[in-house]
Design a protein around this ligand. Structure first.
Ligand SMILES: Nc1nc2c(ncn2[C@@H]2O[C@H](COP(=O)(O)OP(=O)(O)O)[C@@H](O)[C@H]2O)c(=O)[nH]1
Ligand SMILES: [Mg+2]
Length: 461
């Protein structure tokens, strides 16, 4: 009797200790989400046999007993292409995983030995189920559209068509100028205009611009070709559009904008975002630095928009519409292996300034928040070069043409660069191919273990 009771108690404790956590990974295109999730999964799957995560406490203490892939509870979400990613990294020559364009998910079960409480005393193991969700950061740029009416949004977007953006907007601007608010709406005509607008967004994206709305037009996922995406900014006031006759361009576009708000933006937040427990936001600060002042200013704009989804202050935009559950957010500057180690503190300072406004508003009340630099997959080794009698740190790696190169990529500015700075200094962060990697080897990284400690450490104590 006593034994049976003991077993029950043990069983009950074990169940109580079993946990489930949804970790979302986002970032704008090319920020490094696929590389991050592939690497994170690999590190966890091999944590018990490889000693590669010293800053992840449960691994360092030998309490992480193993990890395996399990079926994802979300039957409608595509699986994250982990095998394909690892195949790309271990092919010869190795190459980076293909980019993905939609939501995807992978689930792991981590078995570990608890460090406290009754389970520790009873020598029991516990399981943490970890669902990792990959989704495009572009989708988060749309949250502020929920508070904008169609005319406000339109004028904001039309005003953005300056500088380099203006040069891409020619066809769209010419077509929209000919459109009349009262003319009768014709599906193919609207589709053509929407296609011009999309071409404009894609040309901007190609040039490294990131603040692009609507986000789904850039990365439509399953909505590719759907009429709800066939809208664009127009030069009319709300009154004029509301007065337009039934079936007119003005009326139809107003409806489309509202459908986009209610049937695309809201469901994403309601069905996905509010179910996340922890969030990683990856930011590639280095590519926009390479591309110049305009691209960098645009990254800042995009991040400011994106931050609305993590401002949980009582009167925040987010709170007005949804009830969030995320209790920890990690902002990570990716691809840290593109710069020499002494530049990492600059990179983190830069990232902090890029997202500063959100931090300053004490918006993170009640949420754990951290900033770090990392490389999901370290593609370079650190060495040094001698130049004019001085020794400088340098990076060694394989460029995208397969050549081994050694170079000093330059200094990362520790502050948001100003005009003078852009004139004075050029940046040249080269892209590197991943280092040759064979199954069974350790996958080199920078601070993935620190990221894991922040994201999961308290869940595996
Ligand atoms: N050197 C290096 N390059 C990286 C790393 N992570 C991503 N990259 C580069 O950035 C590109 C885009 O990364 P990806 O993960 O596909 O971005 P996503 O669009 O956010 O999923 C990759 O093809 C690599 O060239 C990293 O840790 N180190
Ligand atoms: Mg991806």
């Amino acid at each position: 009797m006593k034994n049976a009771l003991g077993r029950q108690v043990q069983h009950w404790i074990a169940r109580g200790r079993d946990r489930h956590i949804r970790l979302a990974v986002t970032g704008l295109s090319r920020a490094g989400k696929t590389a991050f999730i592939t690497a994170l999964t690999h590190q966890l799957l091999h944590s018990a046999t490889q000693d590669n995560l010293p800053l992840f406490q449960v691994a360092r203490e030998g309490r992480l007993l193993g990890a395996k892939r399990v079926l994802s509870p979300q039957l409608l979400t595509p699986s994250f292409a982990y095998e394909q990613g690892m195949a790309a990294l271990s092919s010869q020559p190795p190459h980076w995983p293909e980019p993905t364009k939609d939501v995807s998910e992978i689930s792991l079960a981590l078995r570990y030995q608890p460090n406290r409480g009754a389970s520790k005393l009873l020598g029991q193991t516990a399981t943490l189920q970890l669902d990792i969700v990959d989704y495009p950061g572009e989708w988060l740029l749309d949250l502020p559209m929920l508070t904008q009416d169609y005319a406000d949004w339109s004028s904001q977007q039309l005003a953005l068509m300056q500088g380099a953006r203006q040069s891409f907007a020619g066809d769209f601007a010419a077509a929209v100028a000919k459109l009349e608010v009262n003319q009768s709406a014709d599906e193919s005509m609207l589709a053509t205009l929407a296609a011009h607008y999309k071409d404009y967004l894609m040309a901007c994206k190609q040039q490294g611009f990131q603040w692009l709305q609507p986000g789904r037009m850039v990365l439509p996922g399953e909505l590719e070709g759907a009429p709800v995406l066939a809208f664009f900014p127009v030069p009319w006031s709300l009154e004029v559009m509301k007065a337009a006759p039934a079936g007119s361009v003005g009326e139809v576009l107003l409806q489309r904008y509202s459908a986009y708000q209610q049937q695309v933006i809201r469901p994403f937040y309601r069905d996905y975002f509010t179910k996340f427990d922890r969030q990683v936001v990856l930011v590639d600060c280095l590519t926009p630095l390479n591309e110049g002042a305009e691209a960098f200013a645009d990254l800042q704009q995009a991040l400011t928009q994106l931050m609305h989804s993590f401002r949980y202050g009582k009167r925040s935009l987010f709170r007005r519409f949804f009830s969030p559950r995320i209790d920890r957010v990690l902002f990570a500057a990716t691809k840290a292996d593109h710069v020499t180690p002494e530049q990492h503190c600059h990179l983190i300072a830069l990232l902090k300034q890029l997202i500063q406004s959100a931090q300053q508003e004490a918006a993170f009340e009640g949420i754990g928040f951290d900033c770090m630099t990392l490389a999901s997959i370290q593609a370079t080794k650190v060495g040094s070069v001698v130049y004019q009698g001085h020794r400088y740190p340098a990076l060694q790696g394989i460029d995208l043409n397969g050549q081994t190169i050694q170079r000093y990529p330059g200094e990362v500015p520790a502050k948001l660069p100003n005009a003078e700075f852009w004139q004075r200094q050029g940046f040249s962060f080269l892209s590197f191919a991943p280092q040759p990697f064979e199954q069974g080897e350790k996958l080199p990284h920078i601070r993935m273990d620190k990221a894991l400690q922040f994201l999961l450490g308290d869940k595996v104590e």
